[in-house]
Design a protein around this ligand. Structure first.
Ligand code: VGL
Ligand code: ZN
Length: 202
């Protein structure tokens, strides 16, 4: 068991990010066994769940004529337009059936505001609207966070970058993550993570 000050944050291990899902990440289901085992090592386990209304502004389908995986401008900056995914209450938004959910004390849902996407477990994509996770971790005495899940270069990376920015000691277990890797996004994320002082482990 790790120190009580260390939390495991499991990012978006949901059907739509696994093979067969609407925004499938290659090998997304391969990491689940390791993540399940890791849960036993942490006193604090948090799951995040991408949780969009069908009208969500990050869906290409809600931008007539726009292709999935194209880029648009939102008031808060550039935003990738995704295939419709993780719609609230659908099977695609559910956790993968192999993922252990009982050990988690908290499930953070994110991306529920129609006009703003939320990659990070801490802040929405405007980088200012909080999810509440920071306060939860601090009030439980957590000072270190280990990140696993999907996808390495989006929700995992944004979460770990915010954790470091907030002063948590942040680690990403790269082998317990899988990437979308859109236009070099994985290499870019790794560079940013290292520059921010996030520890990348296998
Ligand atoms: C994610 C794209 C859109 C993720 C979520 O979990 O990395 N990526 N929504
Ligand atoms: Zn999403």
């Amino acid at each position: 068991m790790n120190a009580a000050t260390e939390a495991l944050i499991v990012i978006d291990v949901q059907n739509d990010f696994c093979p067969g899902g609407a925004l499938a990440v290659a090998g997304g289901d391969e990491i689940i066994g390791r993540i399940n085992a890791l849960m036993g090592d942490f006193a604090t386990v948090v799951l995040t769940q991408d949780w969009h209304p069908a009208t969500h502004a990050s869906f290409a389908a809600n931008h007539p004529g726009a292709a999935a995986f194209s880029l648009t401008q939102m008031p808060y900056g550039p935003q990738v337009l995704w295939p419709t995914h993780c719609v609230q209450g659908t099977v695609g938004a559910a956790f993968h059936s192999a993922l252990r959910t009982d050990p988690a004390q908290l499930i953070v849902r994110k991306g529920f505001r129609p006009e703003i996407d939320s990659y990070s477990a801490f802040f929405e994509n405007d980088q200012t609207t909080p999810t509440g996770l920071e306060g939860y971790l601090r009030s439980r005495g957590v000072t270190s966070a280990t990140f696993v899940g999907l996808a390495t270069d989006y929700c995992v990376a944004y979460s770990a970058l915010d954790a470091a920015r907030l002063g948590f000691k942040a680690t990403v277990l790269m082998g317990a993550c899988r990437a979308i890797d859109l236009n070099g996004s994985l290499a870019e994320a790794e560079t940013k993570l290292r520059a921010a002082g996030v520890t990348l482990e296998a």
